[in-house]
Each structure stands twice: as C-alpha cells, then as structure tokens.
Design a protein. Structure first.
Length: 143
C-alpha cells in the first residue's frame, strides 16, 4: 500500500500563504518559464516582456495585484511542465509550475483578478449522475 506524504499545511489557504511567498522569493523573474511555455503563442503574448510577466507572477503568488499579461498567462496554464525544466532556479528548489498554480489560485481567491466560474446547473447534474451510479443505500446515505 502506498503511504501518503504528510500534509504540507492544515488548510489550502495556509498552504497558499506559506508556499506562495517562499516560491516567489526563489524566483528571479528572469522570464525563462514564460519563454518556454507553449501557451504563450496561443494566447498572443509572445511579444510581451517575459520579465515583466514573471515579475507579476511573483506578485500574484504573494497575494498582490498583477498586470493583465500575467493574468492571461496563468489563466492559460495547461500544466505542460516545460516551465519547470526551463527554470534556472529549479536546483534552488523552485517549482515554476507550482508557482504558476499558486498565483492562479491567489488571483481567483484573493485579488479577484480571475472571476470565479458560476454554473447553476452543476449540483443538479451531480445529483443526476449520482442517481445513475449509486445504489439505493448509497443514495440514502449521500443524498
């Protein structure tokens, strides 16, 4: 049986508050992760200043506002992992993809620069799916 790693923090918010600034302090905002990202071309940011965009990434990871180009970039992340390999600070402990993911969460939750998706049909669809998949006993317990 696989043993799970211990939790990094008590809550997601605690993890973001701790790991965001730690990773941001390791980042030099050199722009290497931005240049390696395959999504940059797809969202029309190839002409953007990679250093300014990654500086915005550091700002987001610490809960501060970031420029529009940074927001567009973190929203488009597909987790290809190419940023991790391109990062010159990876040996110092910087996981560039994790930094982008933390920045995106903080842009959603704290700076509200990425609007949360609102889907009023989500829970009714989950209930319909549950009725198709669960036994009567499970339905009684969970619904």
């Amino acid at each position: 049986m696989t043993k799970l790693q211990p939790a990094r923090a008590e809550t997601t918010e605690a993890f973001l508050a701790q790991a965001g600034p730690e990773l941001a302090s390791l980042c030099t905002a050199c722009g290497a992760c931005f240049e390696a990202c395959p999504m940059v071309d797809h969202i029309g940011l190839r002409a953007a200043d990679g250093k300014a965009v990654t500086d915005g990434l550091r700002r987001l990871a610490t809960g501060k506002m970031a420029p529009a180009d940074t927001i567009a970039w973190v929203k488009a992340c597909t987790r290809s992992g190419l940023c991790v390999a391109a990062c010159p600070q990876k040996d110092a402990g910087l996981n560039a993809m994790l930094l982008v993911r933390i920045a995106k969460q903080r842009a959603l939750n704290e700076t509200h620069q990425i609007p949360a998706k609102q889907d009023p049909t989500l829970f009714p669809r989950v209930k319909i799916f549950a009725r198709l998949q669960l036994s009567d006993e499970e339905l009684a317990k969970w619904m």
